[in-house]
Design a protein around this ligand. Structure first.
Ligand code: AMP
Ligand code: ZN
Length: 661
């Protein structure tokens, strides 16, 4: 009794699933379907031994996997040779007729579905395994996820002893749009296009998620079959349809390449009105025996050719240009577009990169522009449609003040980018504080990006100067922070008040001023105050301090906002004086060293430190600017180079003598 009912329900539900997902003509309501499914689930729970391996309940998704097993494709899953224009296609036909003789063959033209290729294996009519294409020879076993795709039959109509089919798993455009809309709401990263979304979903280790993604499939080839004779591709597709597959739409055979190519162009016209994405069309020889005769190269079958459509370009109105302040202070102009659907998704914003780009393309606010997706992913403005201008278009100018903080916006010489120079700019704040606390700068133990962001979000700090005025209660209130970690952070901050001057100087994050130039400045001027009072010229007279660096440092200390922060910092008791380390000298000032080979007494890193401690500079490669090469044992090519360039070579002892004199 139960056995009969289970069988009946299984068949009934599979029938209706096919009606719904493959034929797109449901006969019962979702409610009725769910009702029957529920009855089956209950019966199966009661009598697990009676459960059919092709039961619709297996589509619900199995257990979470740790990884995918690999699968070797007995029949390689080949790629297709690409054509980009009519001539390419005619050349393909010439190659074919050269082998088969003209007028002896037919073509089928199909949509080239933009998804990912899979192979489905059936034994005795039952779906037993499915895998991704991988490199064509080895793919991954994604059976469990494939079973969640409702348009893949779990059992064929006939008990075919063996069948392997190839198809393309894809995500329909509207499924993709709602998935991305959902992800945007949840602040999750968006998928670039339906193909990426389909690939990511099929390679999910959690089949539950794969199921929720509502993937679909079109099958388009029989890779292998036993027990049934098939002679042409159209026959094969008819057979697959009969067995319950969702087959690539509209397969008709054409006698000439001209007719077949017309169909290809027609598919191109349909492209954007289809509910799924295609990236081209495929031409295939219909007769399977002729396919055998044509054979394959190592990569492609000689009996098929893909025709790739050019990237779609659409015209739309550029409504406005707004600027965005990046985390490094760079101000990027973005175009606001009248929303337009391009290559599978709606575009309403595109980056215009920088002012040069805007001027080069002569883009004005109010222009009609041609938009396309570069690499089918990132939208871009191709050109302005000049004939649409009516004189109302306006030139765009970079703002003089940062829209986030009101600080000045400056363009650095030789750079396309404009930047906000405000230290307290919210867009730059987190980044500047993270830099301030980083290992090479103030080295504040335990103050990483997560805590910095929390401190900012809770309004506890608006600059690095505020770090030294935090109190325990406030810190302890942060997520994952207790009294103890709050105290630890305060202790760590206290500790950093003793840091060397160069660290502080580097921590300010002045553009181009690295750790090394900070060291040179600290050493040369002796105190923060002296550096702040120095002119750019004085700074650039120090060997190895470039003019631009000097200028940046000079300007940094002329900015009122910066001065205010520094005052606050100094008031907290942070060290601003240079203290010479023991053994520190200026003897090697301005000299460039290359250290090569092995030394008994010191490691190479120690040697480098010694050079720097004495004011010299150590670099990795020998050039004519090198002053000295210190050569240890087994010195190789660098020593040869030094000799050929006439660079002075020192032994370890000679070097030690040099710094002790
Ligand atoms: P490509 O990835 O550009 O080398 O193109 C080859 C891929 O197109 C194959 O791996 C298939 O996954 C895919 N494809 C999509 N639709 C079809 C189709 N109708 N016939 C053959 N291949 C197709
Ligand atoms: Zn700003």
């Amino acid at each position: 009794m139960s056995a009969a009912r289970i069988k009946e329900l299984t068949e009934l539900l599979n029938y209706h699933a096919h009606k719904y997902y493959v034929e797109d003509s449901p006969e019962i309501s979702d409610y009725e379907y769910d009702h029957l499914l529920h009855e089956l689930e209950q019966l199966e729970e009661q009598y697990p031994e009676l459960k059919d391996p092709a039961s619709p309940t297996v589509r619900v998704g199995g257990k979470i996997l740790e990884g995918f097993e690999s699968v070797t494709h007995e029949v390689p899953m080949q790629s297709l040779h690409d054509s980009f224009n009519e001539q390419d296609v005619m050349d393909f036909d010439t190659r074919v007729s050269g082998v088969l003789g003209s007028g002896t063959y037919e073509y089928v033209a199909e949509h080239k579905i933009d998804g990912l290729s899979v192979s489905l294996e059936y034994r005795d009519g039952l779906f037993v395994r499915g895998s991704t294409r991988g490199d064509g020879i080895t793919g991954e076993d994604v059976t469990q996820n494939l079973k969640t795709i409702a348009s893949i039959p779990l059992r064929l109509k006939d008990t075919v002893p063996l069948l392997e089919v190839r198809g393309e798993v894809f995500m329909a455009k509207d499924t993709f749009d709602s998935l991305n809309a959902q992800r945007e709401k949840n602040e999750e990263p968006l998928f670039a296009n339906p193909r990426n979304a389909a690939a990511g979903s099929l390679r999910q280790l959690n089949p539950q998620i794969a199921r929720e993604r509502k993937l679909d499939i079109f099958v388009f080839n029989i890779q292998k079959i036993e027990g049934v004779e098939i002679n042409t591709h159209t026959e094969a597709l008819d057979f697959l349809k009969e067995q319950g597959f969702k087959v690539i739409p509209q397969h008709k055979a054409y006698k000439t390449i001209k007719e077949a190519f017309n169909r290809v162009l027609e598919i191109g016209e349909e492209r954007y009105s289809l509910p799924f994405e295609i990236d081209g069309a495929v031409l295939k020889i219909n007769n399977l025996e002729q396919r055998e005769i044509l054979g394959s190269t190592s990569k492609f079958p000689r009996w098929a050719e893909a025709y790739k459509f050019p990237a779609e370009t659409k015209k739309t109105k550029l409504l406005d240009i707004i600027v965005q302040v990046g985390r490094t202070g760079v101000i990027t102009p973005n175009a606001v577009l009248e929303p337009v659907r391009v290559a599978g998704s709606t575009v309403s914003r595109v980056t215009l990169h920088n002012l040069d780009y805007i001027r080069e393309k002569d883009i004005k606010i109010g222009d009609y522009v041609m938009v396309r997706k570069a690499g089918d992913i990132i939208p871009e403005v191709v050109e302005v449609s000049k004939e649409d201008r009516d004189g109302s278009e306006r030139e765009f100018y970079m703002p003089e003040r940062c829209p986030e903080c009101g600080a000045e916006v400056l363009r650095t010489d030789g750079e396309a980018a404009y930047r906000c120079v405000g230290t307290a700019c919210p867009a730059q704040l987190a980044r500047s504080i993270i830099h301030f606390a980083s290992r090479d700068a103030m080295d504040i133990d335990g103050l990483g990006p997560a805590i910095v962001n929390q401190l900012i979000d809770n309004g506890l700090i608006t600059s690095w100067a505020d770090l030294y005025y935090l109190n325990k209660e406030d810190i302890a209130k942060l997520e994952k922070m207790g009294d103890k970690s709050a105290q630890n952070l305060l202790d760590a901050l206290e500790e950093t008040k003793k840091r060397e001057l160069f660290r502080l100087l580097f921590a300010f994050g002045i553009r181009l001023n690295g750790q090394r130039s900070s060291k040179l400045l600290a050493k040369h001027f002796g105190s923060l105050e002296n550096i702040m009072n120095a002119t750019a010229e004085e700074m650039s007279q120090i060997p190895d301090i470039g003019e631009k660096t000097a200028q940046n440092v000079f300007e940094y200390f002329k900015n009122d906002k910066n001065l205010e922060l520094i005052q606050k910092l100094v008031a907290s008791g942070v060290n601003t004086e240079y203290h010479a380390e023991e053994g520190e000298t200026n003897r090697l000032s301005g000299k460039k060293f290359v250290i090569t080979g092995k030394f008994e007494e010191l490691s190479r890193a120690e040697m480098t430190a010694l050079v720097e401690k004495n004011g010299g500079k150590a670099s990795g490669s020998v050039s004519k600017n090198t002053d000295y090469v210190i050569a240890g044992e087994d010195a190789g090519s660098k020593l040869d180079k030094a000799n050929s360039l006439g660079v002075t070579v020192l032994t370890f002892d000679e070097f030690m003598k040099m710094i002790s004199e």
